[in-house]
Ligand binder design. Sequence first.
Ligand SMILES: [Zn+2]
Length: 453
Amino acid sequence: MNPWLARNLVYRPATWLRGEPVFRLLREYEASQWWSAERIATAQEAALTRILRHAATQTAHYADAARAAGLDPARISAEDLEKLPRLSKAELVAEGERMHAPLTAWRTSWKTTGGSTGVAVRLRKDRFATAAEQAASWRSYAWYGIRPGDRQARFWGMPQTAKARLRFAGIDFVLNRDRFSAFAFRREDLRGYFERVRRTRPVWAYGYVSMLAQFAQYCLEESLPLASVGIRAVVATSEVLSAADRALVSRAFGAPVYDEYGCGEVGAVLYECERGSRHLMAENLFVELVADPTPDEPQAARLVVTDLHNRATPLLRYEIGDRVVPAAACGCGRGLPAFGAVFGRAYDFIETSDGTRYHGEFFLYVLESARERGLAIRQAQFEELAPDRLRIRVVAGPPEAPGEARKAGEWMARELERRSGGRLRMEVQEVPDLEREASGKLRLIRARQRPSA
Ligand SMILES: [Zn+2]
């Protein structure tokens, strides 16, 4: 579809019908990104007071939390935030209805997000909060030269039921995007994807890191001219974007690759700017940093997020679990707080019985080393079988000679045992494909359920 038509005759009326002021907020956010850090902080403080007061007076959970902290729900303000307890994902699930404010149903939509422990989190999002989330995303996509209505190739999960497929087909139409199922792995599927991309000529591509990388690798191996399609930018999300995958995807697509970081409960949190800093969507989210240093990253801190707009299911001091490294003010001139790396995405870690934690990067690094050594491995996944015992699932890559993938797996197993000082014991399994989550996301680490997570 023509982008102007898609933007102005489809997407814009759809947001209007739903009561989601995406375009108005987009204009505001395009201005507020250039505000000074002080002005942004002042605006956040006012928004914080509003959402705190709303949460404390309208939800059972936060009314109790305020009273337990000795605060008057009707007079609570931004400086009281740290007196309230943090909220874990487990508590959000357990508290159920007590988290919701009594809004009429038509003003909200349900949002279900996959949980780290296999427990799905369901929350309600009001129209304004949904619009704010979309506006922030479009504001950042504009950094990459993308506007609402531009044709998108989406490498994503495919809904499982006919009803859901129909609903998503509607959403895809409104947002002018063409969906490429993350569940298709066979080389003939990937060939079909390339033909479809060439025919539909998307302006940008969006998707799971693993899926983009798989498609990129296929196109390079087959010498398919993906880069000649003219894709302007690739936005990678939901999984850890390693330097090697970024380079691979960029080379195959012939376009820069940007990292989007968010979580289903609060939406997009950080976007990379043209200078490579990751900026906070500060109009929507207030973040606190809890120091959580590692030997490599003394500045590392865990993210605790407050959603400034969701009045349907207010989330105050929500523990996302992921860690960031704060950065100095960015040279791009935006006043939005800047961060360097994001790592240890919530579920991507293994904890051994002596309490040592191994984050996703630890495993990713060994996988990248294996690839750099030219070992025949396309993908790998690390599954915790029992305390201190892991299985590496390996998918053979070129050269696909019998036994080569197993050799690569065994090399990684030895490396991981060595690097963990013998804490981890590994076994290797060669598989034709890795199993994805119901959402289509591929998890590098499959940890066992942890009582605290
Ligand atoms: Zn910047």
